[in-house]
Design a protein around this ligand. Structure first.
Ligand code: CTP
Ligand code: CA
Length: 227
């Protein structure tokens, strides 16, 4: 049981967090997905709840219990996640994109089960909606957008590019090439980059601790904007 220690700025704010992978149907029994466990997103949701926020998780298929006090909307595909997020846009104060959204989906899901035959086969893919960029594009004064950037080790500039192009206030850069970082473990090493350029390279820490640091930064940014 985690103690509730309300943050005066985050208290009563509606924090929406996307988490986990998405699944994109190939046919009735197969899908494209990734190794995301959802742990980072769930840790962020819990950390926000502990600080007094009202929290909604929009989660792809994960093997994690819904944390106490948090509403969890379960979705499967990127398009379902996008729809769930859009329905909440208006009442969202802080949108945090922690999901590993599949960038592409099969252009057409086959009904039933694909039969094997030819030696090689191709599945044509269609770009998925960018859920975080969708929120960023319509963001009003007082709303914050926060993202993650999973990059190869030298990807700090790519992360900054995503902060700009998705109209974010904060992005957490992490690399899956470093020991202790990435999808499946309990630890992560984040570098927090703010819109104004302020950068904080955090040491390796548990996902719960990293979530706490992320929310501290969110609270400070929100406070500075008068929220
Ligand atoms: N994201 C999203 N919807 C997508 C793709 C990404 O909401 N369709 C969000 C992720 O949740 C993350 C951020 O955008 O917060 C960056 O995701 P990432 O995969 O690192 O970047 P992409 O923009 O997808 O670019 P690429 O994968 O080509 O590096
Ligand atoms: Ca991507």
């Amino acid at each position: 049981q985690e103690a509730l220690t309300p943050d005066p700025i985050l208290s009563g704010k509606h924090v929406v967090v996307t988490a986990g992978p998405t699944r994109e149907k190939i046919d009735g029994v197969r899908f494209i997905s990734n190794y995301s466990s959802g742990r980072m997103g769930f840790a962020i949701a819990r950390a926000a709840y502990r600080r007094g926020a009202r929290v909604t998780l929009i989660a792809g298929p994960v093997q994690l219990p819904t944390p106490e006090g948090i509403v969890c909307i379960k979705v499967e595909s990127a398009r379902e996640m996008d729809e769930a997020a859009r329905a909440l846009y208006e009442g969202t104060d802080i949108f945090i994109g922690a999901a590993a959204v599949a960038d592409y989906r099969p252009l057409e899901a086959v009904e039933g089960k694909l039969k094997k035959g030819a030696e090689t086969m191709a599945v044509q893919l269609q770009l998925n909606p960018d859920i975080l960029a969708g929120f960023g594009a319509q963001k009003k004064a007082g709303q914050l957008a926060v993202g993650f950037a999973l990059e190869t080790a030298g990807g700090l500039l790519n992360a900054k590019g995503k902060l700009e192009s998705k109209n974010l206030d904060l992005i957490a850069f992490n690399t899956f090439e470093q020991p202790g970082s990435g999808f499946e473990g309990d630890t992560n090493r984040l570098t927090l980059i703010e819109r104004n350029g302020r950068t904080d390279a955090l040491p390796l820490m548990t996902k719960d601790e990293a979530a706490g640091k992320l929310l501290e930064a969110v609270s400070r940014i929100m406070g500075a904007e008068g929220g």
